[in-house]
Design a protein around this ligand. Structure first.
Ligand code: SF4
Length: 236
């Protein structure tokens, strides 16, 4: 894919959504960290249903630690893997208080030292809470980057590294959200909505849905129109 095509992709995504945001609800970096940890292998929607009560009753690492694993589990049991996530979050609260003065650290290494926080979660926190131009490659970004031909790769890390090389600088800060939202709502896993995709003419995916049939219909209509004998207007 050419640099001009990459630039055009992000220019269109930006024009459609100038200020993209995470769909997770939170009010500070600690709550964002909790929400992102809870969202692993779960939908943002399911997390947003559980967190208002949790953040109301335990808005800080100190208050969440006081809940203990059993108390925290009661708030998040509608979310997948809640037992493991509760254990990790309680341990995270303990570490934040003991080593980071109750604050979420703004460095990758420190973030990745927290239980349940891997590279992807650290990238989200660095991007959303601290404004860094990181790109957290989740299943949506992995799929969209490969289909578009924007940054093809076999692993999330390979795609992340390619994206960091090829996304034009003015778009790096928000590239993460544009690609996630495009994957979530347009370029979906089973049946991408290519007919309504604003990137369709730039996309290199060879199995676009609906496009072949639509073009074939258009070609066939044109053939029929050409074959149809012209009727002359009668002179009055
Ligand atoms: S044209 Fe289809 S495959 Fe390509 S990015 Fe758009 S929705 Fe995805």
């Amino acid at each position: 894919m050419s640099p001009a095509a990459r630039h055009e992709i992000f220019a269109r995504l930006q024009a459609a959504d100038p200020d993209p945001r995470t769909e997770l609800e939170y009010t500070d970096p600690f709550q964002l960290l909790v929400a992102v940890v809870l969202s692993a292998q779960a939908t943002d929607k399911s997390v947003n249903l559980a967190t208002p009560a949790l953040f109301r009753d335990a808005p800080t690492p100190q208050a969440m630690l006081a809940l203990g694993v059993t108390g925290l589990s009661a708030y998040i049991r509608s979310i997948g893997l809640f037992n493991t996530k509760a254990r990790n979050l309680i341990e995270t609260c303990r570490i934040l208080i003991e080593r980071f003065d109750g604050q979420v650290p703004a460095e990758r290494e420190a973030l990745e030292s927290l239980p349940g926080v891997g590279r992807k979660t650290a990238n989200v926190i660095l991007n959303v809470a601290f404004g860094e131009a990181t790109i957290a490659v989740d299943t949506h970004i992995f799929r969209v980057a490969n289909r578009l031909g924007l940054a093809p790769g076999r692993t999330p890390l390979e795609v992340e590294q390619k994206l960091l090389q090829v996304v034009p600088e003015p778009f790096r800060r928000h590239a993460h959200h544009w690609l996630i939202l495009h994957g979530r709502y347009v370029c979906t896993a089973r049946r991408p909505n290519c007919q309504s995709c604003i990137l369709v003419d730039l996309c290199e995916y060879d199995q676009k849905t609906g496009i072949a049939a639509k073009s074939e219909r258009r070609r066939s209509t044109q053939r029929t129109a050409r074959a149809r004998p012209r009727t002359r207007r009668r002179k009055k």
